[in-house]
Write a new protein. Structure first.
Length: 105
């Protein structure tokens, strides 16, 4: 029986969906964090340093979540592009590999 040299398109599609879910989760979390509004007035006059640190932390976490969402989305897109490329080239690739290598039975 000849080995199956075909790419597992279903696995690539499934993995892309997982990365999409991660992207959506990060984006939703980022939107939730971005919606939090804590002004300097919420801190005592003696804690303005803490207010500034909080504002920096809020901005940084919001940006990291947005960047993570974009990176995960890009990963899903790349997996789909690889899947599509393999699908387009599969028959030629399988034929070429079969021509170059035949398993010993």
């Amino acid at each position: 029986m000849a080995p199956d040299l075909r790419a597992n398109f279903e696995a690539l599609t499934k993995d892309a969906s997982i990365w999409d879910e991660a992207s959506n989760t990060l984006r939703t979390s980022g939107n939730s964090i971005a919606a939090i509004q804590v002004t300097h007035g919420a801190f005592s006059f003696a804690a303005m340093d803490v207010a500034d640190q909080y504002a920096e932390l809020h901005q940084r976490v919001t940006q990291l979540l947005a960047d993570g969402a974009q990176a995960a989305s890009n990963g899903a897109k790349a997996l789909r592009e690889v899947r599509d490329m393999y699908q387009q080239m599969e028959e030629g690739t399988v034929s070429e590999l079969s021509r170059m290598w035949q398993p010993v039975v």
